[in-house]
Design a protein around this ligand. Structure first.
Ligand SMILES: *[C@@H]1O[C@H](CO)[C@@H](O)[C@H](O)[C@H]1NC(C)=O
Ligand SMILES: *[C@@H]1O[C@H](CO)[C@@H](O)[C@H](O)[C@H]1NC(C)=O
Ligand SMILES: *[C@@H]1O[C@H](CO)[C@@H](O)[C@H](O)[C@H]1NC(C)=O
Ligand SMILES: *[C@@H]1O[C@H](CO)[C@@H](O)[C@H](O)[C@H]1NC(C)=O
Ligand SMILES: *[C@@H]1O[C@H](CO)[C@@H](O)[C@H](O)[C@H]1NC(C)=O
Ligand SMILES: *[C@@H]1O[C@H](CO)[C@@H](O)[C@H](O)[C@H]1NC(C)=O
Ligand SMILES: *[C@@H]1O[C@H](CO)[C@@H](O)[C@H](O)[C@H]1NC(C)=O
Length: 381
């Protein structure tokens, strides 16, 4: 062995040690108990992987239901209450996006680059092609008839049946202007469908997409067939969500803009009508907020495309109250399994589908509320 090799080995050892130290942190509520009870070795006992999140409610329940607190109990509660990512399918498509459940229990996602809508069997983890076509699908939602509404960067808005047939809803808006390509979409409880439109004009116009030019828009589709551009002037508007008041009246429209730390909001003042453009929330600089959804407690979960975090905002926006590091970078979209705490996440790094247990159920989606069907407009979905 020569000196060079020894030095090399030492450097490796130091690097491993340093990484080991920096990738771990301590969970404060655990440290508090541990120190108070003088359990000793608290830094070890309360150590968690950096950016790994502990569900507070789980932690409180777990520690309060223990007969007596020991170091082993604290360790056990940390283990039990950590957010665990479960991979469901791997390398399933080219640019995985748009996860969605239909109310008959089927699960679909899309492949942006592949122009595919895929059905995933969540029991045996097999994927199968529902339909492939010349398009760029990015977002999906379900309706009361178990059809899938797909936002497509090339074709605009598609209604897809579970037998694989689909049609393009429109090519022009209500001003007779050609539509822009859509990226994400959300139904409000009045059955109106809100869409972000980051792309230029739909096919057969040449594809146009920019992370610099502010030609992105927001549209709204009424089930009576009207499709209206409600706002424009954004650089790549992306994920979109609707906040409802306690009576289920659509209250705020919220959407993110690529490479811009801002989440914008408008007050919803009528069917497909908005007012009062406001900055609703802020992410760290250079974030690219992608798919987003509310949970039952009114918190908004935002997938951040370029850092692999889920950011969580309280009902009033502002700054994130929580961030969760994902075991992947390009988090594209999220979706709750209806009436459950299961949150499904797509990512376009290894094009996989993951799930985690959220702290609460997802906010009820329009398709989960049959009593709202057809209450406003024709057909109601
Ligand atoms: C609280 O903890 C107990 C014991 O660990 C468990 O049986 C129970 O389901 C927990 N309750 C909640 C709401 O998590
Ligand atoms: C992913 O799938 C594609 C085609 O199905 C294949 O060519 C590629 O090698 C796979 N990549 C990995 C990392 O498994
Ligand atoms: C999913 O896979 C399971 C197990 O192989 C099978 O029993 C079930 O019928 C499948 N579901 C669908 C919708 O194909
Ligand atoms: C697919 O389903 C739709 C809606 O139920 C129906 O109109 C269409 O004819 C079906 N297409 C095929 C090929 O079965
Ligand atoms: C919309 O534009 C088409 C041609 O692009 C024209 O034929 C049609 O009359 C227009 N409709 C309205 C309502 O302006
Ligand atoms: C986000 O966009 C708005 C409007 O285009 C701009 O005023 C703001 O400075 C941008 N924020 C960042 C962090 O780039
Ligand atoms: C718009 O904002 C103004 C000023 O904050 C407020 O007074 C008004 O109520 C808002 N409009 C709606 C529809 O919420």
């Amino acid at each position: 062995m020569n000196m060079g090799k020894n030095l090399f080995a030492l450097l490796i050892a130091l690097t491993v040690l340093a990484t080991g130290l920096t990738s771990k942190t301590k969970y404060r509520p655990c440290m508090k108990i541990c120190k108070k009870l003088n359990l000793g070795r608290c830094f070890r006992v309360c150590r968690i992987v950096k950016d790994c999140t502990i569900w507070k409610s789980c932690w409180e329940n777990c520690t309060s239901s223990a007969a007596s607190i020991t170091a082993a109990v604290l360790k056990g509660c940390l283990h039990e209450c950590k957010v665990k990512f479960v991979k469901i399918v791997n390398n399933v498509s080219s640019s995985a996006e748009g996860p969605v459940f239909t109310m008959d229990g089927n699960f679909y996602m899309v492949s942006y680059k592949g122009g595919e809508i895929l059905e995933i069997n969540l029991t045996n983890h097999q994927s199968s092609l529902l339909v492939g076509y010349k398009g760029r699908p990015t977002g999906s939602q379900c309706d009361h008839d178990n059809n899938i509404w797909v936002a497509d960067m090339r074709l605009g808005l598609l209604k897809v049946f579970q037998n694989g047939t689909f049609h393009q809803i429109a090519t022009k808006d209500n001003n007779n202007d050609t539509l822009q390509g859509f990226n994400d979409l959300i139904f409000d409880y009045h059955g109106n469908l809100w869409l972000t439109a980051p792309a230029g004009l739909i096919a057969p116009h040449p594809f146009e997409s920019s992370k610099k030019e502010p030609f992105g828009s927001v549209y709204c589709y009424k089930m009576t067939g009207e499709l209206t551009k409600v706002s424009t002037g954004y650089v790549f508007p992306n994920g979109i969500a609707v906040q409802h008041d306690k009576d289920g009246t659509p209250m705020k429209l919220i959407f993110g803009v690529d490479r811009n730390a801002t989440l914008w909001s408008f007050d919803i003042v009528g069917h497909c009508q908005i007012e009062n453009k406001t900055v609703w929330g802020s992410l760290p600089v250079n974030s690219s907020p992608d798919g987003m959804d509310f949970d039952e407690e009114g918190d908004l979960i935002v997938a951040n495309y370029n850092t692999g975090h889920l950011y969580v905002f309280g009902p009033n926006g502002g700054s994130p109250i929580l961030k969760i590091k994902c075991p992947f970078v390009y988090a594209t979209n999220i979706h709750f399994k209806p009436n459950s705490k299961e949150l499904y996440i797509t990512e376009s790094e290894s094009n996989s589908l993951w799930k985690i247990q959220w702290k609460s159920k997802g906010m009820k989606q329009y398709c989960e509320t049959p009593e709202l069907r057809g209450r406003y407009g024709r057909g109601g979905g």
